[in-house]
Design a protein around this ligand. Structure first.
Ligand SMILES: C[S@@+](CC[C@H](N)C(=O)[O-])C[C@H]1O[C@@H](n2cnc3c(N)ncnc32)[C@H](O)[C@@H]1O
Length: 523
């Protein structure tokens, strides 16, 4: 890779040119007949595309995305000699030694929102050798990186740090709402491409550093830290972008363990990864333990999107490494010795409190949609609920039943008659939730119409003998809080995002590029 890494007027020229030429997500999706750019990187092969034609946009897609070699003169007449000169001088077009007078682009260049991102290409290009390099620069249009980028908050912050940054796409996107953002990656190639991306997008408030985890920013604290680290369990570390040690957690653990040093009070950490539940120690509890002595300052939330059985993970690993049954056994033994019971994949969100209050630890199952609104709601509500005056404040709020709530009653035959036996609540938004309840909740729910406060509901329940007359108000308020937390009820100032209009069907967790969660593990 010989990308140009010094400031040059060619960066601005190309940026403006690509914008004017319509090299954006919408036009590319139209031309490629796909719904989302990440469909291109959902598999490791060359994407099947319709014919691209030889107009300006078609040639750009072929050169920058698909890796075709194109006659220099043809490029110059469609794009202009000045633009072709900018491509070659920045290293985005090289003369193909195998073919006379033809140019090819050694990396992939694609739009992500308003940005142009350069990464390694994830498929073999016709006529050229393709090999996964150990320090492969992970493309930012894989479905899992897209998922990562799409769920990060875009609210203003002072200082933003992306660890395990690869192309640095999150740090670049943050340049629009953070005063200053940093991208750190351990490999030289990722660091170079991230720096190239910074220059290509003309971002002066982004700093790109090469380092192991937080190396290079010691002594600085950040408002927001994000990571999409390597997390594939592996017996031998061979691919820096994917391998996360025997349990897949090595890098994530290193990041979380150091949060007390690097996350500002009031700051939040967002990480999309796979990790493990162990015997007697579910992941959320283990995450808290990793925070060490200062864990009392941190809220911990884990939002599970799917999970994998360790036996299946061992099998998948053996298939990928070509190790056969001996490797399956080795990996299964390794998981067993660590006490790994399951390998959940999802969002780890850790928040540092900035005022005295109790902290929370919670785990949720993602519903059909999991994005920044769902995560923001969870943090906002749980933070309120952990506050010193939550139960008093709640007494004056008027809860409403959420539109997607289901109330289930299970009836069984008892002495020749069908009798109600078990009651439960179910919702899929903002998260999947099932909660067994006592029968009287079925009478309470219709009263929750947004007009009666919790205090009035408590009175009504006592008057109608639904609850014991001695039930304290704060106990009743606590129950209402649990129902709000589960997404069954809602109150003003804490309305969860609306559920998706149409059912989106099963969640897709892609097997993209060997780090996405294995196919079939999704719900
Ligand atoms: C799965 S890729 C993700 C890249 C990027 N964050 C994204 O979402 O597209 C993981 C990245 O972590 C980097 N990495 C691995 N170990 C690291 C470490 N100890 N410190 C910093 N970066 C690391 C790899 O080089 C790779 O770029």
């Amino acid at each position: 890779m010989s990308l140009h890494l010094q400031s040059s007027p060619h960066f601005e020229l190309l940026r403006n040119y690509l914008r004017a030429a319509g090299y954006n997500e919408e036009s590319l999706c139209d031309r490629l007949e796909i719904r989302d750019m990440c469909e291109l990187a959902a598999h490791t092969g060359r994407p099947a595309t319709p014919a691209m034609g030889s107009d300006e946009l078609g040639l750009l897609i072929r050169l920058l995305l698909l890796g075709d070699d194109i006659d220099r003169q043809q490029l110059e007449s469609a794009l202009s000699p000045r633009v072709v000169e900018a491509f070659t001088s920045l290293g985005l077009a090289s003369l193909d030694p195998a073919t006379e007078g033809r140019l090819f682009c050694p990396v992939a260049v694609y739009p992500i929102g308003p940005l142009f991102i350069v990464s390694d290409r994830w498929f073999p290009v016709v006529g050229k050798e393709f090999q996964w390099s150990d320090d492969f620069v992970y493309p930012a249009i894989t479905p899992n990186t897209r998922e990562f980028l799409a769920a990060l908050p875009v609210t203003p912050c002072d200082s933003f740090l992306e660890l395990c940054a690869g192309t640095g796409a999150a740090a670049m996107a943050a340049s629009g709402y953070a005063q200053k953002s940093w991208a750190i990656d351990i490999t030289e190639r990722s660091t170079q491409m991230a720096e190239f991306n910074r220059l290509l997008n003309g971002l002066d408030n982004v700093t790109v550093l090469k380092g192991d985890l937080y190396e290079g920013v010691e002594g600085t604290q950040f408002d927001r830290i994000v990571a999409h680290p390597p997390y594939m369990p592996s017996l031998r570390a061979t691919r820096v972008f994917a391998d996360g040690g025997a349990d897949g957690e090595q890098i994530t653990r290193g990041i979380v363990t150091a949060l007390p040093r690097f996350l500002k009070p009031g700051g939040t950490f967002y990480c999309l990864a796979q990790a493990s539940d162990r015997q007697g120690a579910p992941l959320q509890q283990r995450l808290r333990g990793w925070l060490g002595e200062e864990q009392g300052d941190f809220d911990v939330a884990f939002i599970e999107m799917c999970q994998q059985d360790p036996k299946d993970a061992a099998f998948v690993y053996a298939l990928k490494t070509g190790g056969g049954f001996a490797v399956v056994d080795l990996m299964r033994d390794s998981f067993a010795s660590l006490g790994v019971e399951s390998l959940p994949y999802g969002w780890i969100v850790i928040q540092r409190r900035n005022s005295p209050r109790s902290v929370f630890t919670t785990r949720r199952s993602a519903g059909p949609r999991i994005g920044r609104e769902e995560i923001a709601w969870l943090l906002k509500w749980e933070t309120f609920a952990a506050g010193p005056s939550a139960l008093e404040d709640l007494q004056e709020k008027a809860p409403v039943v959420r539109p997607a709530l289901e109330f289930h009653a299970l009836h069984r035959m008892r002495e020749g008659k069908l009798a109600p036996e078990q009651f439960s609540l179910h919702t899929e938004a903002p998260f999947f939730g099932d909660c067994k309840v006592q029968f009287w909740v079925g009478f309470l729910l219709p009263l929750c119409d947004g007009k009666s406060t919790v205090r009035q509901l408590w009175e009504a329940c006592k008057t109608n003998n639904l609850i014991h007359a001695a039930t304290p108000l704060h106990e009743f308020a606590r129950l209402i809080g649990v129902l709000i937390s589960g997404g069954f009820l809602e109150v003003a100032a804490f309305y969860p995002p609306l559920p998706p209009q149409k059912p989106e069907g099963q969640r897709r967790i892609s097997a993209s590029l060997e780090i996405g969660h294995p196919a079939g593990a999704g719900r």
